[in-house]
Design a binder for this molecule. Structure first.
Ligand SMILES: Cc1cc2nc3c(=O)[nH]c(=O)nc-3n(C[C@H](O)[C@H](O)[C@H](O)COP(=O)(O)O)c2cc1C
Length: 191
């Protein structure tokens, strides 16, 4: 079993990546493989609304010159998907929104191809906008007919500078509980 995580931050190995890794640690303890894809420094275009995915139904986006099709392939190959984003101006970042729009539209064009995979959202924030971003990520899972486990609080970690989220003990525990619930759910669904 595998979970793939996407980090929408412009900053590689920052707070969002750290939070996702706390979820991954719990999954790894249960023998579930994990892979982190970080968008920092990579070109990611937005959806062009060409609707070619609905014509071709080939499980691919017609925009081929960035990493989104590779990401879609990784999502198809995993039982679980984590979408992670820092909060920028009270919402998620452009690359993670692009993944949602393009992978989400391709999935719709192909009979909800992520249906019943397990999905979880992870947010890094300095102060405000976390719930708005958390909701934005969860919209993808719910419209894709995915199954979403929770934690003992919403999946948010607090910090500004790179690594500062390590000081948020509650945030780290939320990610650990999320990882435990995600692995429990994956085993119920896929084993
Ligand atoms: C352009 C930009 C906009 C931001 N907007 C917000 C915001 O609206 N609310 C907030 O609490 N933090 C905001 N932040 C701070 C980040 O959410 C915070 O530093 C986060 O921990 C970054 O995660 P990362 O290390 O994974 O990039 C912003 C940061 C940047 C670069």
């Amino acid at each position: 079993m595998k979970v793939v995580g996407f980090n929408g931050s412009a900053r590689k190995d920052g707070n969002t990546a750290i939070l996702i890794k706390y979820v991954f640690e719990e999954l790894n303890k249960e023998g579930i493989d994990t892979e982190l894809v970080q968008f920092a420094g990579k070109k990611v275009a937005g959806c062009t609304a060409c609707r070619k995915c609905f014509e071709l139904k080939d499980k691919q986006c017609a925009v081929k010159d960035d990493i989104i099709n590779e990401c879609i392939g990784k999502m198809l190959g995993a039982e679980g998907i984590i979408l992670g984003s820092p909060i920028y101006f009270a919402d998620i970042t452009p690359p993670i929104k692009s993944l949602i729009d393009r992978a989400g539209y391709v999935a719709k064009a192909n009979d909800d191809m992520f249906r019943r995979k397990v999905g979880a959202a992870v947010i890094a924030v300095r102060r405000a906008g976390a719930i708005h971003g958390f909701d934005s990520l969860n919209h993808f899972f719910f419209i894709s007919q995915m199954i979403v486990p929770g934690s003992h609080y919403w999946n948010i970690g607090i910090g500004r500078d790179k690594g500062e989220v390590e000081k948020d003990e509650e945030g780290k525990q939320i990610m650990k509980t999320l990882g435990q619930n995600m692995s429990w759910l994956l085993r119920k669904l896929y084993q």
